[in-house]
Design a binder for this molecule. Sequence first.
Ligand SMILES: Nc1ncnc2c1ncn2[C@@H]1O[C@H](COP(=O)(O)OP(=O)(O)OP(=O)(O)O)[C@@H](O)[C@H]1O
Length: 297
Amino acid sequence: MAIIEVRDLGKRYGPRVAVDSVSFEVAEGEIFGVLGPNGAGKTTTVECVAGLRTPDRGSVAVLGKRPSDVRAAIGVQLQASELPERMRVGEALSLFSSFYPSPVDWSGRLGLTEHLEAEFGRLSGGLKQRLSIALALIGSPRVAVLDELTTGLDPQARRDTWSVIEEVRAAGVTILLVTHFMEEAERLCDRVAVFRDGRIVALDTPSALVSRVDGAARVRFVPSDPLDLSALRALPEVTDVTSVGEQLVVSGSQDLLHAVTSFLARKHVVARRLRVDQVSLDDAYVELTGGSGAEDR
Ligand SMILES: Nc1ncnc2c1ncn2[C@@H]1O[C@H](COP(=O)(O)OP(=O)(O)OP(=O)(O)O)[C@@H](O)[C@H]1O
């Protein structure tokens, strides 16, 4: 069952079109990734889903209703969420708990119990994010909107936060996750929508997006002797051959390595410094967004 349904969403800020004809559905229990370069319309879209912005066009339904009618079912952790520097973790949790009839305490599961006396301004980036998740989940929402949760965190804190997100999903919460990190999307998301210029340019599972990229594999090597590049290009498994200094970079299908090494053996050429790269979601992202830098923050 779709717990979030977005149909033909459009939103402008003055003359600027931020979101244009965006449609997608999120099934209950999914982690749905929202990817795209800066200014692509990700935050505007998820804010419309959270009921924080009103669309100019189209419709958004969460649990079959307008988001503003099911506010309590939606937990929101937004990019700019900040608390007063001197507020203690325990005070923030009590304050937010007072907004809900039956608040749920996530502090134990999120490793915050030993930090209840700590002031917000003194928390590490990872702890601030854990607190923001705890606050977003306090009302026991069915849907959590997490916007660039791990931007600015070091790799260890980012990985710790991923475990937390998996735990939140295991508790039955559907997650809409805005991220700039391809590794994060690959690790966590069941499906991702890639945004570009206010539109969705691709929507699929991470592995299906990767398999769409031309040249599912890449082989690099330095040939021991000059090679006939046109014969190499003519191999059915090869889609592209480029030279980078003395190194050749050959792209092609999954069977590329076998095809290239057999070709070299026939020509009595040895591949020095041979490396095989598998295409990742990063490559798919760059192709889909026209080269706008991933992880550009
Ligand atoms: N309140 C606003 N007033 C005017 N323009 C806005 C406003 N909020 C966003 N925009 C513009 O709308 C477009 C989409 O912005 P949005 O924040 O939704 O993109 P984003 O993909 O979330 O970007 P980022 O990754 O930088 O957060 C951008 O061009 C942005 O400058």
